[in-house]
Write a protein that binds this ligand. Sequence first.
Ligand SMILES: [Zn+2]
Length: 355
Amino acid sequence: MPMRTISHLVNPQFTALVLCVLWFALVRVYYQFKPIIPRRAQLAFRRRLANRQRRVYSQLWPIFEPAARAPAGWTGWLHGLTFALVLTHDVESPKGVEQVRQLAELEMSLGFRSSFNFIPEGAYRVPEDLRRWLTENGFEVGVHDHRHDGKLYRSWRRFRASADRINHFLREWNAVGFRSGFMMRNLTWMHELDIAYDSSTFDTDPFEPQPEGAGTIFPFWVSRKQSGKGFVEMPYTLAQDSTLFLVLQEESNGIWKKKLKWIAAHGGMAMVNVHPDYIAFGDKSCRWDEYSASRYGEFLQWVKQEFAGRYWHALPRDIAAYYRQAIQANSTAGPGETSPGRGTGRGTGSKESQA
Ligand SMILES: [Zn+2]
């Protein structure tokens, strides 16, 4: 039978479903074998895939225009400032832990503070004195996944057991924020976590294994049905450093600047995730899996000069508290009524799942 005739017989929705199932099967197999795949090979695979995706999703990334729509009842940022700036870090490895202070000191030297998310039971021990040093200097500490093995949401039983451990560390670290490893997520299951906010979503980032975006550059409320409880979801809106500099091999921070200008023009929240693990500090040359600290430092300097007096720079927990209060104060129905914009799921316009 000619191919054209076959394609007429296949329902496009069925094709999309099959592709979706195949993608999730591929992701599952990848994370099963990831520990034994050399990191260079992992990066080479991601580079090939991402370069293809970049062409296909040029209308969705780095800017997804519909994401600029403000949520219902939104009256703006603290003190009428134009936009919010939030700096976050996921610490992936022992090397990342070693470099936390250097990164924090770089930010402090420029007048910034940020949140560091640590893996509670992964490949490193989280030093108590480092956590204390961070909080004493005005930084926030959050929880990053549980074991960071890509399997957190594989089954309800597994997740439920991890949730108990995550809640234990949230209490011990006096933390209120969470982000999953590899930005995998199930916002409904996350109600089991004792969090004020989660930051495992993004406005648009088709390079992630769970590529559907929240489709908004504003925080949004994820309510637990019939309980009045919930948490604030804070999508990151600037590309992750690893995606930009290691996977896509960008040679400048121009995409961060372009996106920040767009977010500022629409009064949204600029949130970035920078990993201390991949930064080369000082004059030493970059390894194959590093980029120069100057790219991040120069970006922060540029923000200070370009947008002086126009942005609210705050820790994610402060933004989450403000958002919850502001939406509650301006909505007769409470925060449960708010919702993200249209999602970016492979161009289908579908929404990020909500509880
Ligand atoms: Zn991570």
